[in-house]
Design a protein around this ligand. Sequence first.
Ligand code: PMP
Length: 433
Amino acid sequence: VRDGGAAARELIARREAVFAEVQEYYFEEPPAIVRGWRELLVDADGRVYLDALNNVTSIGHAHPRLVEAVTEQWQLLNTNSRFNYPAVVEYAERLASLVPDPLDTVFLVNSGSEAVDLALRLARAATGRRDVLAVREAYHGWTDLSDAVSTSVADNPGALASRPDWVHTVDAPNPFRGRHRGAEASRYAGDAVAEIERLAAAGTPPGAFIAETYYGNAGGIALPDGYLAAMYEAVRRHGGVAVADEVQVGYGRLGEWFWGFEQQGVVPDVVAVAKAIGNGHPLGAVITTKEVAAAYRSQGYFFSSAGGSPVSSVVGSTVLDVIREEGLQENAREVGGYFRERLAELGERHPLVGAVHGSGFYLGLEFVRDRDRFEPATEETAAICERLLELGVIVQPTGDHQNVLKIKPPMCLGREGVDAFVAAVDRVLTTGW
Ligand code: PMP
């Protein structure tokens, strides 16, 4: 059995003494992580782990090109975006070029929570309405507005009972569990559209509908075909705007699609991005139309001291260069496809595997106690994660039942990393946890 090590235990004791208690940490006895390289993490004892958790680290840990670009920019200049410098213009141009028309206008912030918060503010300004429709089992951030639409009971057990009265929710459109399963999953859209109609009839049509475009928080689950098209049409018909949270699933990780909304064949009015775009550097963005952005002017100017700073902008552009030049989206498609196949094979041999979700390098391995009733194997999943850590694999559960291994490694992962991951899970499922 792995011993977290004296150094790791001492660090945790110091951490618990000074960190606010609500700030959790991974694992019961977490190792002290001191460095990262590509998809690997190394602890203070020199032990190496496969990092299947860090979707934020999109291009890999300690990427030399990013280190060099950031060092050079820090030596030259770092200031705020009220100054006129090339890096911010170049990065904003590149972000705008990644999205379809009519999205053409960029705001730069420092995190996903800020991006979602600003996206909802833009929706309010554009529609003059406060009511928002959100999907259950979602996490969108910790600021007042992004938290208001966060409905995941895994992140906040009291979430559904404590949302403000202007937040309305619809079912998580999960084809594997919930009200409509399998071929019936298309009914989620009908129910959700009916909720929009009900809100409109009650005089409170939503000014915004916000959803992850591929259900990341629920375990990497594709939304039912046509779901976003139906929702976007209904919300717009009643004068609202469609807000896409691409913070986890966007930016090439899905392999087949750069953005989750492409998988659904829709174009949102406002897109919130973060995490992967900075490879761990605090960077977030909102991309919208000139019209929506202009409405926000009625509320004053927008300014973020570090959002779009020269260093942040160079980080953003370098991450994009690496994704393109190293073919990381393509890698997510190819190696992620292989990963999914290998996980499906595990399902043939281990009854605990209820389903394999996801696309590219956003995969979900769902554990259930029995395949008929789909009873979530919550405790088993937690124990499996602890055992996987002992075997040198870092992964964590997600979803309201905490029974889905959320697999979202740095996008440089190769087939040998997939094989190592699958061998470790196979061993745990075979020998016990
Ligand atoms: N949206 C989604 C879908 C997220 O997963 C997260 C973070 N887990 C956020 C927003 C908030 O991002 P951040 O932690 O950068 O504030």
